[in-house]
Design a protein around this ligand. Structure first.
Ligand code: TXA
Ligand code: MG
Length: 341
């Protein structure tokens, strides 16, 4: 593994800094290097999607299994169409409704996409992200960018440049700082190659919004089916180091009774609450995240990263509402809580 001393971190909060970061990132990408950059969902680890050696570096740096395909990021419909063999009308309709934005469409791949990107599969996931930095960078490069989340395989996705630095800072030359990710969880992945269409990974663009455009969707597939289709959906993904427990309580004494059953010192228990906020207690940390799906998604991974950072043994998350708006977050929470106690 090629190691660099430590990644350069470039700010983008003035026009001049933004343009300089685009130039620097584009130069590295043209040279076949990888770069960590902001998207509106989570930070991505990008390489030229048309350069198989560059994409191979992503797998090496992340420790990603070669059977897990990578999403290709574009900055126009024309570029999206070049990545795929056919472009159904439904893709035009979905793009009109949700692009640029947190939606990945799985379509038959074109010949210009190297095998390594699709894990030798016949489909490719394509997304036009809305973050201004990645859009400018793709336009500057003129080629699409293959980019998984910028974390080591099996770790939590990063939602700010610090998270990326801690996970990959000694393995990559550049991290572009585009601030806190606005959406905060990964894109919705929809498979358009099956009938009816099927959501492979829920996200903030939820079923009700999709159905308004696509008509019927297949019911959520079983965990096994989805893992075969989309290996990144293995249960172990999206987990913090600490164990995660989802609990329900109406007041402090109910919470106390529930957490007592965990058999963990209370200082090692961190609470993430959105509705029933515990009052002062012996817990290691109490975080309040708003009872609002968009605000919750934006803060969720950063809170989990913070609990890990502070040495939490168990993260207790207050049970989430069961409506569509929360389904993407509920999916990640379920995975995070999948580890046995
Ligand atoms: O929001 C996102 O999607 C972020 C940002 C960086 O764009 N990317 C991301 O990539 O989350 P990654 O690699 O961490 O997750 C991509 C998921 C994986 O579960 C992978 O298996 C699935 O999408 N995927 C990619 N291409 C696919 C394909 N052709 N067919 C089925 N699943 C695919
Ligand atoms: Mg990932």
């Amino acid at each position: 593994m090629k190691r660099v001393k430590s990644a350069e971190v470039l700010a983008t909060h003035t026009r001049q800094l933004f343009n300089q970061a685009v130039e620097r990132a584009a130069a590295l990408l043209r040279a076949g290097e990888v770069v960590a950059l902001p998207t509106e969902t989570v930070y991505g680890l990008a390489a030229n999607a048309l350069n198989d050696k560059a994409v191979a570096r992503i797998f090496e740096i992340k420790g990603r299994p070669s059977h897990n395909p990578i999403i290709v990021h574009v900055a126009s419909l024309a570029m999206a169409r070049e990545c795929v063999r056919d472009w159904p009308e439904i893709a035009t309709n979905l793009a009109r409704a949700f692009w640029p934005g947190p939606l990945t469409m799985v379509l038959p791949r074109s010949n210009q996409i190297p095998d390594i990107v699709t894990a030798s599969g016949v489909t490719v996931g394509v997304r036009w992200p809305s973050h201004p930095f990645i859009q400018s960078l793709i336009r500057e490069c003129g080629f699409p960018l293959a980019a998984p989340s910028a974390n080591r395989s099996n770790n939590l996705s990063p939602t700010n440049p610090d998270h990326v630095f801690k996970s990959l800072g000694d393995r990559i030359p550049l991290i572009v700082d585009g601030g806190q990710s606005q959406i905060g969880i990964e894109s919705t992945v929809i498979d358009l190659t099956v009938d009816p269409r099927r959501v492979l990974r829920p996200g903030m663009i939820h079923d009700i919004a999709l159905i308004a455009v696509t008509g019927a969707l297949a019911g959520l597939s079983t965990a096994n089916e989805r893992t075969l289709k989309s290996p990144g959906l293995l249960q172990k993904h999206y987990s913090p180091k600490a164990k995660v427990a989802v609990l329900e309580w109406n007041n402090d004494s109910e919470l106390l009774a529930e957490t007592a059953r965990l058999n963990v010192a209370s200082q090692k228990i961190h609470i993430l609450a959105h509705t029933h906020i515990p009052s002062a207690s012996d817990y290691g940390r109490i975080s309040v995240i708003p009872h609002d799906a968009e605000a919750f998604a934006r803060a969720f991974y950063a809170e989990l990263h913070q609990c890990d950072e502070e040495g939490a043994q168990v993260i207790v998350v207050e049970k989430l509402p069961e409506t569509s708006e929360w389904s993407g977050i509920a999916d990640r929470l379920k995975r995070a809580a999948a580890t046995e106690f």
